[in-house]
Structures are given as C-alpha cells and as structure tokens.
Design a protein around this ligand. Structure first.
Ligand SMILES: [Zn+2]
Length: 318
C-alpha cells in the first residue's frame, strides 16, 4: 500500500516527532513534568483478559493486560502477590486459585494507573469448578504433638513469610518443571487432613515416599530463599523461580544448598528424610503461585510460561 516515497516521508516525520519528544522529555523532566506526562498517553487504552473462564481449585490463571506502557502501574483488588512481567506491549501475571476455593464465581478488580491518573478499573470473573478432594486421618505421638505447638508454627511462618516475600523480577526458568524425586505418591495435593480427629487443613503439596538419602532435585532453575531446619517442616528448602512462583521441599535429612544461591533445574538440593512433623521418610513438595499452593501435577503437565506464550500469541500486534 505504501510506496518507498511515503515510507521516507513517514520516517522523516517520525524522526522529527521523536526529536520533539526527546526535547520535551529532557526539558520536561526538569521543568514541566505534567506537560511531558500528557504526551506519553498510549495510542490504545489498556485492556485486560484472562487465560481461562473456568478453573479448578488448586489451579491458576494468566492475567494479561494489553497496551500498557513501562511507567503504568497495575494493581489488583483485592491486592494479591501477582508479579506482572512486561512482554512487548503487554504485562502478564500468574494468579493462583486456592484448593479451598468454593465452586462458583470468583473475580478480581484490575486497576491500571499512569501516575495519579486512573486509566482502567475493571472486574474480571471466572468460574471455580467443583472438585472433590479425598480426606486423610492421622494419629500423632506425643513427640509429634510437640512439633505442632502453635508458637512453634508461628516461628515457622515467620521464616516462610520472609522467604516468600522475595521473588526475582521475571521468570528465572526456561525449561519445563520436573518432579524433584522418584518414589510412590503417598499423599496427593489438596487432601483434607484430620489430625487426631480434628481438621487441620489441606495438604499443600505432593508427598513422595522414598528411602532416606534419596537425592532431591530442584524442580527448576531459581534462587534459594530459605535453607533451614524449622519445627514442623524439618529441614526445608524454598526456591524462588521468579514471577512469584516458589517450590518448597520439606522433611529433608540433609540440605546441600545455601540461601541466596542460584540452583539449576535438576541440581541436587538435599536428600529425602523424615525431619519435622513426619510419619516416615518422604519428600513433601509444594508448588506455590503468589503464595497460594497450586496442584504440582498441573505445573508438571504444562509449563506456565507455555500458557503465557499461547495467550500472547493469540493477540500479538502484527
Ligand atoms: Zn506432605
């Protein structure tokens, strides 16, 4: 449609506009910030879409905000630890859905601002599908009850909070996630647990039964945020994969990594054990998105970044 000549005109026009922007930008920073601001208005207003209309408890969604600029801020209501990562003109974030979510409609408010100016505020909803989780009954010994004292739990939670508060800016992983150790799955994700006849919550991960000393590998590339011996989880490692995705490994007999260390996918981080609140040697493995435990099988089946890629390709500007 456009000849070489009009392309050249367009290029010359573009360059002069660019030059004006540079002038405005440079002087604007020092003198008239509000004037420079007006000039940065995006061509298209931001818009929001979700990867799925329906999600199972323990699943997750990809939230995409299209036509955002670098200086725009995105906030969710209620506020959630969702890290938005820029990809081209879009920002993508992963939203974990609790295993305890009741079936029915759920929604989130998405706010996009440019400084003080509200560019968008919309509610987006999805349907939580019904999913039955099995129940499990555990009987404890006096020694195990000691590790479950509430003040000791509170101590543990303080360590989790510190570890989860840190997440790398953007995904650190490039390949799919792997199961950290081989063995029999002794407790599935989401199982409703009764301890000594009282409901004690949901199982936040997968239990993989294996002999003490079996190597435990990092499910994917990331930074070790916690490597410690705590009360209930025993020897525990938390790896931050970026984008608020964390993996947790509990009840280890040995830890072979240090906090702050980068681990590669498949690298040994410790060995299976039975430390902490545990009835026998096994690995408890949790995958969390935005501090919400999600079903590890889902993460093994499909790398979340593949879904992000699919979502972005659908509507990528040509
Ligand atoms: Zn477990």
């Amino acid at each position: 449609m456009f000849g070489v000549r009009s392309n050249r005109h367009w290029a010359a026009g573009f360059l002069s506009v660019l030059f004006m922007f540079i002038l405005l930008g440079v002087s604007g920073c020092a003198l008239w910030p509000e004037v420079a601001y007006e000039k940065e208005e995006p061509a298209a207003p931001p818009s929001v879409r979700l990867s799925h209309d329906e999600v199972e408890p323990g699943g997750y969604l990809v939230i995409t905000v299209d036509d955002v600029e670098d200086e725009h801020t995105i906030r969710l209501h209620p506020a959630g630890p969702v890290q938005f990562v820029r990809r081209g003109n879009s920002a993508v974030g992963l939203l974990g859905i609790s295993a305890a979510a009741e079936p029915g409609e759920q929604s989130v408010g998405v706010e996009v601002r440019s400084g003080d100016r509200m560019l968008l505020f919309e509610h987006h909803s999805w349907e939580v599908k019904a999913r039955e989780f099995p129940t499990q009954h555990l009987q404890t010994t006096p020694q195990m009850r000691e590790t479950r004292r509430s003040e000791l739990y509170e101590e543990d939670r303080e360590h989790y909070r510190r570890a989860y508060a840190e997440t790398s800016d953007g995904p650190l992983w490039e390949e799919d996630f792997l199961q950290p150790t081989e063995g029999r799955i002794s407790t599935e994700f989401g199982v409703v647990r009764y301890v000594d006849g009282e409901i004690s919550g949901r199982h936040s991960g997968l239990d993989i039964a294996a002999p003490t000393g079996t190597p435990v590998k990092a499910t994917n590339r990331g930074i070790v945020r916690l490597a410690a011996h705590l009360n209930a989880p025993g020897k525990i490692v938390i790896v931050d994969h970026g984008m608020n995705v964390h993996s947790v490994y509990m009840h280890l007999s040995r830890i072979s990594v240090k906090e702050g260390e980068m681990v590669e996918r498949g690298e040994e981080i410790g060995e299976v054990g039975s430390t902490g609140f545990s009835t026998g040697p096994h690995l408890h493995w949790t995958m969390s998105i935005g501090r919400i435990p999600v079903c590890p099988d889902l993460i093994l089946e499909q790398d979340p970044l593949q879904i992000v890629g699919d979502v972005l390709e659908e509507d990528m500007p040509r």
